[in-house]
Design a protein around this ligand. Structure first.
Ligand SMILES: Nc1ncnc2c1ncn2[C@@H]1O[C@H](COP(=O)(O)OP(=O)(O)OP(=O)(O)O)[C@@H](O)[C@H]1O
Length: 265
């Protein structure tokens, strides 16, 4: 990655806070937060329920406006949702009336990409996420894990600068979840994207991430910012599930789980 590209894709939060004003009062969801997310990082956010993880992700997605502070991506202020910041939610958000291929093509179609180009891009993405043979199916014909893969293809086809994921595997069974975690790591390596990932699972956060942020109970703030280095980490390779059995992995998991427990107290 060139220095210019790095600068273009760096996310810099300066004094970003969010207060929700409702008829029954105000809720400070995020205390003033300073944070730099480097391009190509895989950053997970963990913390007690209601600590502001989704709020932070939605601010990055441009779905919410900060009450104070700024959060540009490179030189560009975030001023609304953009295909450059793709979002994958826990609940599948595929259009049920379109085929899987149609769902993946939808973004490029809206941006005026011609039919042949967008069809080729969709096929490439479906292949990448292991759904090459399912493009003609409707979403309801897919399993939960396959629907999540289709969502990821739908985001990747827009070639986003950042992918924001809000508990994307939370509703899946353990086996599917583990399989998708490894696939996501492979995709992250191949596509070279920045990923910001919200999860309730410390194990998932440690396994996937290059960096884990722990947030305190409301009003949320970042209380731990931990680089994750695991045995046999290789900048070009993909972690294997076996690493979760190592003492290094277990020690990191214990350290972060303790921080979350204390954040609750
Ligand atoms: N639209 C809203 N209006 C008012 N309060 C809100 C709104 N959205 C979130 N909140 C409150 O802000 C706080 C942070 O919510 P947020 O959803 O960001 O937390 P979270 O860490 O993602 O929670 P969880 O882990 O349970 O998904 C919570 O107390 C929540 O009730």
């Amino acid at each position: 990655m060139t220095a210019a590209l790095e600068l273009r894709d760096r996310v810099v939060l300066t004094g970003v806070s969010k207060t929700y004003d409702t008829p029954t009062g105000s809720t400070v969801a995020l205390s003033p937060t300073d944070l730099v997310i480097e391009p190509g990082a895989f950053v997970s956010i963990v913390g007690p329920s209601g600590c502001g993880k989704t709020t932070l992700l939605q601010l990055l997605g441009g779905f919410l406006t900060p009450s104070a502070g700024s959060l540009p991506v490179g030189p560009d202020p975030i001023d609304g949702p953009s295909p450059e910041r793709g979002v994958v939610f826990q609940a599948p958000t595929l259009y049920p009336w379109l085929t899987v291929r149609g769902n993946v093509e939808f973004g490029p179609k809206c941006r005026g990409v011609d039919r042949k180009t967008r069809r080729a891009a969709a096929e490439r993405m479906l292949d990448l996420v292991g759904l090459a043979d399912f493009g003609g199916k409707r979403p309801y014909e897919l399993s939960g894990g396959m629907q999540q893969r289709a969502q990821i293809a739908r985001v990747l086809v827009n070639d986003p600068r950042i992918i924001l994921m809000d508990e994307p595997f939370g509703a899946l069974d353990q086996l599917t979840r583990e399989r998708l975690q490894v696939e996501l790591l492979r995709l992250w390596r191949e596509a070279g994207k920045t990923i910001v990932f919200v999860t309730h699972s410390v194990e998932e956060a440690v396994f996937l991430s290059t960096r884990v942020l722990v947030m305190s109970a409301r009003p949320g703030r970042i209380i731990v910012d931990r680089d994750i280095v695991l045995p046999n980490d290789d900048p070009t390779g993909v972690r294997e599930l076996a690493v979760t059995a190592t003492p290094e992995f277990q020690a990191l998991k214990t350290e972060l789980a303790k921080a979350i427990y204390e954040a609750h107290a």
